[in-house]
Ligand binder design. Structure first.
Ligand SMILES: [Zn+2]
Length: 202
């Protein structure tokens, strides 16, 4: 006798949900059952939202933050922003914590990671050339290095400072006080505000 199991489409749904971060086997099963029992009307809307996000979200061609359909992001297309202030972060996800602390009015540059010999990530894997080019076109600007304060973050900051040293710009680093070994995502708004206020020239 074969044991009873969910029909194939439900098994497939559970398998896909399970691949998402933070969703274990039990969680995936719970979500799948919720859709079947209560959320059928939402299923199409969710599928459409997923497809739209996958198809339309593209990196901003200037800074690398999330944008749509190949266009510039909201910050890069806002003339009220101070274009002489460039905040360099590791990942696009580091931008929103800075935005939410409410005191930064400049633009961003997402590197796409940090230099890490251990993980085989070299400077050429990051958006360093693009950064140097942007800074070259913004004489007199300030570049705030808001990369993490862990070993790789420090190595990345030093490398960038060296690359920018010959250009007409002021390179600063966020004040200490960022959680050691953690990215910007874990920092609260007050910590970030203080780190920005207390930034030091490199
Ligand atoms: Zn942008």
């Amino acid at each position: 006798m074969k044991a009873q199991d969910y029909p194939k489409p439900v098994q497939e749904l559970i398998a896909r949900l399970k691949r998402m971060p933070g969703v274990g086997t039990r969680g995936a099963e719970r979500h799948a059952l919720w859709f079947l029992q209560h959320g059928r009307a939402d299923a199409r809307a969710l599928a459409a939202a997923l497809t739209a996000a996958a198809d339309e979200v593209t990196p901003c061609p200037r800074c690398g933050f999330f944008a749509a359909n190949g266009e510039l992001c909201t910050a890069c297309s806002d003339p009220a922003r101070d274009s002489a202030l460039l905040c360099v972060v590791e990942q696009p996800t580091d931008v929103l914590p800075i935005e939410r602390c409410g005191m930064f009015r400049g633009l961003y540059h997402c590197l796409g990671g940090k230099i890490s010999a251990l993980d085989g990530i070299m400077p050429e894997d990051l958006a360093v050339t693009q950064l140097v080019e942007r800074v070259r076109q913004l004489p007199g600007c300030e570049v705030i290095l808001a990369v993490g304060s862990d070993v790789e973050g420090e190595a990345t900051a030093l490398y960038l400072a060296e690359q920018l040293s010959a250009l007409d710009c002021r390179v600063t680093r966020l004040a200490q006080g960022m959680p050691a070994g953690a990215g910007l995502g874990q920092a609260d708004a007050v910590t970030l505000m203080r780190a920005l206020e207390g930034r030091k020239k490199l």
